[in-house]
Design a protein around this ligand. Sequence first.
Ligand code: ATP
Ligand code: NCN
Length: 217
Amino acid sequence: MEAAGPATVPPVKIGFLGGSFDPVHFGHLAAARLAREQCRLDRVVLLPAASSPSKARDIAPPAASAGDRLDMVRAAAGGEDWLEVSDHELRRGGVSYAIESARHFRASCPDDRLFWIIGSDLLGKLSLWRGIDELARLVEFVVLHRPGHAPEVAADGGIPGLRLYPCAGDLPRISSSELRARLCEGRPVEAFVPQGVFALIRERGLYRRAAAGGDTG
Ligand SMILES: Nc1ncnc2c1ncn2[C@@H]1O[C@H](COP(=O)(O)OP(=O)(O)OP(=O)(O)O)[C@@H](O)[C@H]1O
Ligand SMILES: O=C(O)c1ccc[n+]([C@@H]2O[C@H](COP(=O)([O-])O)[C@@H](O)[C@H]2O)c1
């Protein structure tokens, strides 16, 4: 009798959602959940940026410190066994280019499929991301329609071999900048962030003043 060959194990599918998460909100969590469901991801990693490339030249740095943003993201991810948090970009410091993170995760997970999850607000400038041709070889992109940002924007911009999967579904019309403004004005935000995140914002008095800035270390 012939021995059965080794069973082929399908590659693990890991999603990454990078962002400033200043603060993390239900829009981010909905994006992670939809991407996981529609692309059948095994897990999703929230990846807080030390400094986002698209925001690095903004006048205002992240309003909350790296430590506060990381704690809020950890609080938001708690309780979901498929949702993880990586502090890789925060430990690396500097501007958080996706290509550098993708090289790191590709090296540590050589056999897995890596999916970069982005909102449709980022699509128009995807071709300008640092090292986009290499990035498009290393990862596949999942795009969530963000209200107010048309998903039909020409995305590939001639990016060779781009693998890009649009996800269907309604995402909450929330942004971190709107939440920072609300907090600064003393308006409620409980409906937009998980309870643990709200508790941290209140305990630490985060985002009380718009011009407060904050350290990123
Ligand atoms: N409401 C939302 N629905 C879907 N995707 C979102 C939503 N908010 C943010 N994202 C996506 O999450 C990622 C991280 O976003 P980021 O941390 O910059 O949040 P933000 O709400 O856009 O912040 P800000 O208002 O400060 O620009 C990006 O890919 C962004 O497109
Ligand atoms: O690598 C790049 O060139 C690049 C340019 C723009 C945005 N990104 C990534 O996109 C994610 C969301 O960015 P932002 O500016 O919406 O917070 C974050 O993880 C950034 O590192 C990456």
